[in-house]
Design a protein around this ligand. Structure first.
Ligand code: ZN
Length: 160
């Protein structure tokens, strides 16, 4: 496995729509391993393949550091409720902005064996699912921010 370079805001690859994964191959397996390694190294909550320059519909999420979730070709089945809070993105380093998201999200996706499964999430997981699925359509959270982007470091200080 290897750490991949995370593409940042302004890189055109982040604004492109991703293609479905049609079969599991050694290359795709390697990409998934690298995405998890890159996510953990960057201490992020989620990472989508376009963030490492690959236009495939693959997302990795881990909201606790102990619950790795892989979503291949994810499709949103259902959302409900609303949450409003600060959100960040590994492609917009050091920044944070307020975004309204559903408080519940349910997706269907494929696992590493290309078997379909459903995943439900609330709160942070629902936020992460919606944020990462947006990446697969070429959208970043900064398009949805209410108010200014702030320095993430300032937010942490505010919470102390
Ligand atoms: Zn992001």
């Amino acid at each position: 496995m290897a750490i991949r370079k995370i593409r940042e805001l302004g890189d055109p690859v982040l604004n492109k729509k991703c293609k479905e994964v049609t079969e599991m191959t050694p290359r795709v397996q390697e990409l998934i391993g690298d995405m998890f390694e890159t996510l953990y190294e960057a201490e992020g909550v989620g990472l989508a393949a376009p963030q490492v320059g690959i236009l495939k519909r693959i997302v990795v999420i881990d909201t606790t550091g102990e619950d790795p979730i892989l979503l291949i070709n994810p499709k949103l089945l259902e959302t409900s409720g609303e949450q409003n809070g600060y959100e960040g993105c590994l492609s917009v380093p050091g920044k944070s902005g307020k975004v309204t998201r559903p408080n519940y999200a349910k997706v269907i996706a494929y696992n590493e064996n290309m078997e379909a499964f459903e995943l439900e999430g609330t709160e942070l997981l629902a936020r992460a699912i919606c944020h990462e699925l947006d990446h697969l359509e070429g959208h970043l959270y900064v398009e949805k921010v209410e108010g200014p982007l702030v320095d993430a470091a300032d937010l942490v200080e505010d919470e102390d």
